[in-house]
Write a protein that binds this ligand. Sequence first.
Ligand code: ATP
Length: 347
Amino acid sequence: MRQMTTPVVQLRAITREFSGSVAVDAIDLTVERGQFTALLGPSGCGKTTTLRMIAGFLPPSSGTILLDGEEATRLPPERRNIGMVFQSYALFPHLTVEKNVAFGLRMRGVPAAEIRTRVGEVLELVGLAHLARRKPKELSGGQQQRVALARAVAIRPSVLLLDEPLSNLDARLRVQMRQELLRVQRETGLTAILVTHDQEEALELADSMVILDRGRIVQQGPPREVFRAPATRFVAEFLGYENFLDLPGRGPITIRPEHVGVLAPGQKPPPGGEVVEGTVAAVRFRGTDVAVTATVGDRVLHAISTDDTLRAGEPVRLHLPLARAVPLAGDDGDARPATSKQQECPA
Ligand SMILES: Nc1ncnc2c1ncn2[C@@H]1O[C@H](COP(=O)(O)OP(=O)(O)OP(=O)(O)O)[C@@H](O)[C@H]1O
């Protein structure tokens, strides 16, 4: 039987206002031990503000924060057992790698011999043992971020807070470092909360993805679940869905371009779907396939096809398989679509 443990982080109706405007609006969030949670959303949706409140850098305007089951709403950062990694690395430039990593342990009064062992272990963990005597400026961006990660992990925090940690790295390194981050989190069994605006990063790393819009959680769940069934148009657009339409008897739906079929002239459509007729507006060659934009009445639909004989201005028939249509709830500012974790209070 699975053992019940206390969640590492619990936010209850956490709100933060800045001179009258609400940055974080009554968020409820539970993060279980060992879980990798990603807070995802567009710029200004309240991700960093939420993380700073968990870290204790910013007091909430109202609401409660529990860490390891204990009330921590007003606890100063140094009394929270939290490790942080920032986009800017925030290393001490005058200290060597090993001294940077040892810093938090010294502050906590860990004995010198144990510091040496633990610094050695975490540098090994992030693959930097051979660079222990270097200064940060003698390291690449990726290496500096590993030092920052080692420093945060060394204190054995209850929760590791990661604020856009990979954003400063170039695209290729960012993808490599994602795997590195995941490996370190899995090997240490640490609970992690990642703030990102990069949906791919969240999909790849998170056990639980929390999507924020204007300070509220609009959807939460395992990445596969959220990606396959975005609850609202906002979430769908954020995750790259492009086709939004009303189907007779079904209401608003979305469907991914790769699921829209482009029918060849005279081709009988597969069963179970709607066929719409329109005009090709644009065709973008992408190597193995083409991205087709078509106008259908006053709508624009997007499809992916392997037929690269399609040309702008030609008529086209598109097949929308109903099995792939994702029903959407409205984006009404006050409507809170059901999430897998959120509980509605009885009226
Ligand atoms: N110290 C502050 N004073 C006033 N307003 C603030 C402050 N910090 C954040 N805000 C506002 O609160 C809102 C949420 O900001 P926050 O930084 O949490 O968003 P974010 O989702 O992390 O955005 P980004 O991805 O751009 O970092 C924004 O409208 C921002 O302007």
